[in-house]
Design a protein around this ligand. Structure first.
Ligand code: GTP
Ligand code: MG
Length: 347
């Protein structure tokens, strides 16, 4: 297998490119968000719980900081619980109102609503109408969150409700392309705006670009499935992810019917056997090459697919990570702590 480099996004050795993914609708959406936000009572900024800092849109932060803002870390079901606790205290220390949620769970979204009502308590008593706006990078679950909010409101106010409507939700980034409103409360009337996910035009930090690709905010094809999958493996290897998986995987000989378990077994056994230095880029690339070859076998990729087979292997690996079948793994380290701390906290 050809070495493509784990850390850079460039095709030529030594040349490292920024991630450029800024489809036409994002520029107009960013403009529309800047305009509409002026009349909003509360901004709910949705980020990914696995990358609490990397999933912030840096260009919008100045604007968001000037508004009443609640940061919602979504997809908490995929983030490491210990790391979430550390992130909670980090944001508490910074006096930033925040809440971790799973947008698919009504109970979790209700918890978020309690924080919202508390934040807006004074306004709720005075204003007949309130407007909330949900913003964030693509694919963090803004529309899924709105659907759960709306369904919950619908169940509470059956008699007065408008017909049940739904925001479109999908696994790829860029699903919502226009701002649209949903009524989620009566007396006072509360409306919430769903907005298209927006990124900065150029993501110069390669690590941030790879994390955004791995968690699904940037289309895989922009960075390349193979590169994102190899980045995933390098992160799992360097942070000794296998130490938190079941010890039986180290000895397991036969494959099981659960593909995620077989992948974890390969990672565990290859890491335990590995006698190189994981801090060394070349050594890490050798380990990842070896693992990719083993995955190709267990994913039963036909030899005639040639190099396209690596894309198939990569897609499978990315799917396993994104559905939590490789464990709950947080990618962003909490600031001002060393790398060992992050590694062990993910265990
Ligand atoms: N595991 C998990 N998946 C979620 C959660 N919330 C949303 N998703 C999934 O994430 C994907 C993206 O959800 P959307 O609601 O379309 O995301 P969005 O932020 O509206 O995306 P854009 O419209 O592209 O900006 C979908 O496949 C959802 O089912 C969550 O809390 N946990
Ligand atoms: Mg959406």
């Amino acid at each position: 297998m050809s070495r493509k480099g784990l850390y850079g996004l460039a095709s030529k050795a030594g040349e490292v490119a920024a991630v450029n993914w800024y489809p036409g609708h994002m520029a107009s959406a960013t403009k529309a968000i800047r305009e509409r936000i002026k009349v909003v009572d509360l901004v709910v900024e949705v980020r990914d719980a696995r990358i609490p800092l990397s999933s912030a849109n840096s260009e919008l932060q100045d604007l968001l900081e000037r508004k009443k803002r609640l940061i919602v870390f979504n997809k908490m079901d995929l983030a490491n619980p210990n790391m979430m606790l550390k992130w909670e205290s980090h944001f508490e220390d910074h006096n930033q109102r925040h809440v971790f949620v799973n947008a698919h769970q009504t109970r979790s979204v209700r918890k978020m609503l309690d924080v919202v009502w508390d934040f807006l308590r004074e306004k709720l008593a005075k204003e007949p109408t309130l407007l909330l706006m949900i913003v964030g990078i693509p694919n963090v679950g803004k529309s899924a969150l709105i659907n759960t909010l709306f369904r919950h409101a619908h169940a509470l106010n059956k008699a007065e409700q408008e017909p049940l409507k739904k925001a479109k939700v999908g696994p790829l980034p860029g699903v919502t392309q226009h701002i649209s409103g949903f009524k989620i409360g009566e007396k006072p009337s509360v409306y919430v705006l769903d907005t298209p996910g927006v990124l900065v035009p150029n993501i110069d930090n390669i690590d941030t670009g790879l994390k955004l690709a791995l968690t699904g905010a940037v289309k895989d094809s922009v960075v390349g499935e193979d590169r994102v999958a190899r980045y995933l493996l390098s992160v799992l290897n360097s942070r000794s992810a296998h130490l938190r998986w079941t010890p039986e995987l180290a000895q397991a000989e036969s494959d099981t019917s659960e593909i995620g378990e077989n992948v974890r077994k390969i990672i565990t056994q290859s890491c335990l056997k590995f006698d190189g230095n994981l801090g060394n880029k070349e050594d890490m690339e050798c380990l990842v090459d070896e693992q990719m070859n083993l995955f190709r076998r267990i994913f039963k990729v036909p030899a005639q697919l040639g190099d396209d087979g690596w894309i198939r292997v990569s897609k499978q690996l990315l799917k396993l990570y994104r559905t939590g079948r490789l464990g709950r793994f947080t990618l962003d380290p909490v600031p001002e702590v060393d790398r060992d701390y992050v590694r062990f906290e993910n265990e």
